[in-house]
Design a protein around this ligand. Sequence first.
Ligand SMILES: Cc1cc2nc3c(=O)[nH]c(=O)nc-3n(C[C@H](O)[C@H](O)[C@H](O)COP(=O)(O)O)c2cc1C
Length: 228
Amino acid sequence: MNTVSMTDLEAIRERHSVRHYKEEKIGSEKISILNELIDSLNKEGDLHLQLIEDAGNTYNKLLNKAMGLGSAPSVIACVGKDDATLEERVGYYGQKLVLMAQKLGLNTCWAGTFNKKNIGAEVKDGERLVISIAIGYGKDFGKPHKSKSAEQVSEASGTAPEWFSKGIEMALLAPTAINQQKFLIRLGQDEKVEYIDKGGPFSKVDIGIVRCHFEIGSGRPQAPAKCD
Ligand SMILES: Cc1cc2nc3c(=O)[nH]c(=O)nc-3n(C[C@H](O)[C@H](O)[C@H](O)COP(=O)(O)O)c2cc1C
């Protein structure tokens, strides 16, 4: 697929977690595109996302080695101003970056298991390092995950409008920690969409990722709240 013409919807459909990477580096042109996007997402989301070209020993934990992530050449450190909304903001804006990577022909994997000491991220006063995203050229493209049904993750009184169903379809393609899909999207009064976190590891990050996909599917963007 031509990377320039790939839409967000196509990127969502093509993206799967990739855990085995080639040694090939990302290359300066794509690094610049990613860094430009990172700058704007950081401003919009009050974040300090950082693309670290040399992942070094970020993925040297036993679990990483078992899953293959140790081969990732580069990593995105998801850091931001620490408040009650941080994890959801990281998920929402981080996933925009993941979709851009997909459009650029790169592969990714969100990873909650990584070596926080080795990642080499800058974490300023009042900030917190939440999670990492492995990035590079995959040896494979990953594969579709097993998924819950639309009925299991959504609620609408009466017949759901088409935009809502399209949003749910894309939300079900979102990556979630251990593929838990522990979220509920409810269509309330006045077409208000509510995202309900049903718990589990990194479930708040999941909610941000899911919200990003739902908005692309439904065509109704509404960025997550920030604390004052
Ligand atoms: C918040 C979050 C944390 C994750 N942590 C890890 C991890 O530590 N190690 C790993 O191999 N995969 C991790 N994943 C990837 C999930 O296992 C994967 O997204 C899920 O199985 C769905 O598969 P898919 O991404 O191919 O659609 C994580 C995903 C998310 C969203």
